[in-house]
Design a protein around this ligand. Structure first.
Ligand SMILES: [Zn+2]
Ligand SMILES: [Zn+2]
Ligand SMILES: [Zn+2]
Length: 377
């Protein structure tokens, strides 16, 4: 078996490993969910009572119209994502960071204004990509929201409930204080035209002294009620103990890396322009399917007749590793050559290795060449 054959086989194995891992993750998630619902159904007498109350409440809530199905924003294509990435990088250059904002009554709970209209999944994909390229890092938390432990949605309505029996029917009692020193429940301050002090008859300077909560079902009184939530997406009920916390972090750019990125991307554009001038048809970005069935992604692909050239940029990843990966892709795709744009200066060994793989290494630090073909050995 040739070296290219071995590499192809290795790549196939890698793909299989990824698929196996994904299946394992899905199974684990399904099992966890099952366990969770099992836990939920294994209940004590006390819990049963509160569930009765809960189901009564659910009926009441669901008598209205059912929640509309969540609209999922369409997933972006690779090309759209690349365009969006360029836009986000532009605003990172100006502002230096992406700050999440809370979005009331939303499933997501919060979002980055620069990514408005983009699904949470795509936003995560984009940010992960930027982190992998070393252009940004996740900084400290801006805020955290309450999320459903079953479906992860932040769209919920909060209830107060009894700390003792879980009933939702608890009532709040306010205690007022008058400047004369009298303290009593709100009901004792009832006057014709608003609150009046029952001791001295004064109507001014009456202030809230404290609040108490009372449960009509079990008679318990407490200072602070329990908080319970009903998920607006899946309908589950959860409380402070079972809720999930969803953190929203600031994404901070690395100025050095952004400058590097600008250099590399303008060098990539220069290469594309040169190829266009030579009559190549350029697709940007490009996803090409190899003989192995593996999809290889490039910044661009240029085609003229039988000739196919891929243009790719690299950040942060060690050059040798990039070259190995590209060597595999080149033989899998039967490319004429690959142009690799990098800010790193290759060593002599790396340069020789690149040449043997028919990969042209273009450094951003060197002056632009008149034509990429002039770099052929
Ligand atoms: Zn109670
Ligand atoms: Zn008074
Ligand atoms: Zn939910």
């Amino acid at each position: 078996m040739s070296l290219a054959g071995v590499l192809q086989l290795l790549q196939r194995l890698e793909v299989l490993a990824i698929i196996a891992a994904s299946i394992a993750v899905i199974l684990i998630l399904a099992l966890r969910r099952k366990e969770k619902s099992k836990k939920d159904s294994g209940t004590s007498k006390e819990e049963l009572d509160s569930i009765k109350v809960i189901s009564g409440l659910e009926e009441a809530v669901e008598e209205g119209k059912p929640a509309p199905p969540e609209k999922d924003v369409r997933e972006l294509s690779d090309e759209e994502l690349a365009k969006l990435e360029a836009r986000v990088i532009e605003s990172l250059i100006i502002k230096g960071a992406l700050r999440p904002l809370p979005i009331p009554a939303s499933k997501e709970g919060g979002h980055y204004p620069e990514l408005t209209g983009v699904s949470e999944r795509d936003a995560r994909r984009l940010i992960r990509g930027l982190i992998e390229k070393g252009l940004v890092v996740e900084a400290e938390r801006e805020f955290s929201t309450v999320a459903c432990p079953i479906c992860g949605s932040c769209n919920q309505v909060a209830f107060i409930s009894c700390r003792n029996c879980g009933s939702f029917r608890i009532e709040e009692t306010r205690y007022y204080r008058h400047t004369c020193g009298y303290i009593g429940p709100e009901s004792s301050f009832k006057g014709e035209l608003g609150p009046i002090c029952p001791r001295c008859g004064g109507a001014e300077n009456i202030e809230t002294y404290h609040k108490k909560y009372r449960c009509p079902d079990c008679g318990a009184e407490f200072e602070e009620p329990n908080l319970a939530f009903k998920c607006g997406s899946c309908g589950s009920l959860y409380d402070e103990q079972t809720m999930e916390i969803k953190p929203f972090k600031r994404i901070v750019s690395s100025r050095e890396m952004l400058t590097e990125y600008e250099k590399v991307s303008s060098a990539v554009n220069r290469q594309i322009e040169l190829l266009r001038q030579q009559g190549y048809e350029v697709e940007k970005p490009a996803s090409l399917v190899g003989e192995s069935g593996v999809i290889h992604k490039f910044d661009a692909a240029a085609k003229k007749g039988d000739e196919m050239i891929a243009i790719v940029s690299s950040f942060g990843e060690p050059l040798t590793q990039v070259l190995v990966r590209l060597g595999v892709a080149r033989s899998d795709l039967k490319l004429s050559k690959i142009i690799l744009v990098t800010g790193d200066r290759p060593t002599t060994t790396e340069r020789d290795f690149a040449r043997s793989l028919k990969i042209d290494v273009v450094e951003t630090t060197e002056a632009p060449r008149s034509s990429p073909s002039s770099r052929k050995p």
